[in-house]
Ligand binder design. Structure first.
Ligand code: ADE
Length: 236
């Protein structure tokens, strides 16, 4: 019998509702239904200490400047509560000044057991959170989002689909663009002809070796045209 490992991802956010649609549809939903991954969102507002004067999760930045900063207290309380219950492999902060996500990072993270993702908002989080709790900082690209929530969804999706057993045909994740350092070849489905636009003959030939060769050449050509940097990195 195949052995499946259960991964757990905890997401800390002030907008937990943003995750409902993404986590509960399609592949991410199936992964949870199959018992391969558990995902939990935690509303940081629930961790605000009622007795303190600071009733909000965010506050003005010391030294002035526009934008609010997520404070350390609710984040520390939430993280400490979670890590008293299990050991985490990584405490990840989604931020535009983090390491830019790539397939290799997702592959690596998909082998982990427990991950915690912290979503920033406004101007970011108090630096002490980053210094004392966070073990990895990840950006999903060189552009600024309104917060880390969408980035956390992207990261979660890219990790979960790699967990063995999540995709029905496991090889399909292995053949993805980037997985083999080349972009994907074009794909076609029925009908074989639409308004005179035909599917390439080779794909209809049933000749497996020729199809593989065609796909490889197409991948190479596309990569050369669109992402020559991927080939350059390989040849360096
Ligand atoms: N938060 C805001 N922008 C982001 C980005 N590009 N990546 C990760 N987190 C973010």
């Amino acid at each position: 019998m195949a052995y499946f490992r259960l991964m757990r991802i905890d997401i800390l956010t002030i907008f937990p509702e943003m995750f409902a649609a993404i986590l509960n549809e399609s592949i991410l939903k199936r992964a949870q239904d199959k018992g391969l991954v558990q995902m939990h969102t935690h509303n940081l507002r629930d961790y605000v200490i009622a007795e303190t004067k600071r009733k909000n999760v965010d506050d003005y930045a010391y030294g002035g400047g526009a934008g609010m900063v997520l404070g350390i207290e609710p984040i520390a309380r939430c993280i400490e509560s979670l890590r008293s219950q299990r050991v985490y492999d990584e405490f990840i902060y989604l931020t535009p000044d983090g390491e830019v996500l790539n397939q290799g990072m997702s592959n690596h993270l998909s082998t982990k057991q427990n991950l915690l993702l912290l979503c920033g908002r406004y101007k970011g989080v108090d630096q002490r959170v980053r210094d004392h709790f966070i073990t990895k900082e990840i950006s999903i690209g060189d552009y600024v989002l309104s917060g880390g929530e969408l980035a956390a969804c992207v990261l979660t999706d890219s990790i979960v689909r790699l967990i063995p057993g999540v995709l029905s045909d496991e090889s399909s994740a292995l053949l993805d663009s980037f997985q083999g350092e080349l972009l994907d070849a074009p794909v076609y489905t029925r009908p074989a002809e639409f308004r005179g636009w035909k599917v390439p003959d080779v794909l209809m030939s049933g000749h497996e070796a020729k199809i593989d060769e065609w796909r490889y050449q197409q991948s190479l050509e596309k990569t050369q045209n669109r992402r020559p940097d991927l080939l350059k990195d390989k040849n360096d």
